[in-house]
Design a protein around this ligand. Sequence first.
Ligand code: HEM
Ligand code: HEM
Length: 179
Amino acid sequence: MSQGRNYDRISRFNHWITAIAMIGMLAFGLYLENGVAPGPEKGALIGTHKAIGVLILIFGLWRVMYRVVQGFLEDAAPMPVWQRFAAHVVHYWLLAAVVLIPASGLLGSYFGGRAVDVFGVMTIPGALEPSKTLADAMYGLHGLLAMGTILATLLHVAGALKHHLVDKDTTLLRMLGRV
Ligand code: HEM
Ligand code: HEM
């Protein structure tokens, strides 16, 4: 099913909330991995990364379901087949990433036997019999999906800017609610 030519308010809200949250968390994850020395401070930051990630997972599940049920919009303007194909592959990747990145992180914690505390509101328990192999596999997947998503986001933003600045069509404006 296709939604027609314009994004409704909920779609725009969902898009920009997850866009900001995902870009922030990709940067946060890279900082944790490369910019913080091991120690209690790093442990606390990882706890915050996990708690925000679980909130994104819950919101993201709803956001993705909403898009799946509503369908994608028709393109704002005609474009070459390869561009259309590339844009759609990237959209599917980004949509999947909103769920699969936090889910793989959570499964990494689960198999590592670590409970995840979500800002004192809920606690997701870890496995009673941890498996280092499965935990490492999930964290490996977490990192790979994150790297792929950084690349996909760069392509996505470049595409949005090209539509706006070069093609001068309404692709970006309709996601901003300006048409
Ligand atoms: C929305 C989602 C999330 C994004 C975009 C994200 C992104 C990232 C990135 C980019 C890294 C660095 C990976 C690398 O350089 O190999 C990372 C590391 C990590 N993430 Fe996530 N993450 C998210 C959610 C979660 C969740 C829900 C959990 C667990 C419950 C989690 C647990 C971790 C852990 C434990 C690390 C390794 C930190 C370290 O040891 O340095 N993440 N994440
Ligand atoms: C500054 C960053 C971003 C800009 C300027 C931007 C811009 C846009 C625009 C203009 C569209 C509409 C495309 C069309 O109608 O054909 C769109 C759609 C989309 N964007 Fe972004 N985006 C950004 C970041 C992100 C991020 C980080 C994600 C996910 C992690 C994301 C996921 C999506 C998805 C899945 C769609 C398809 C429609 C939907 O389900 O919302 N975007 N984006």
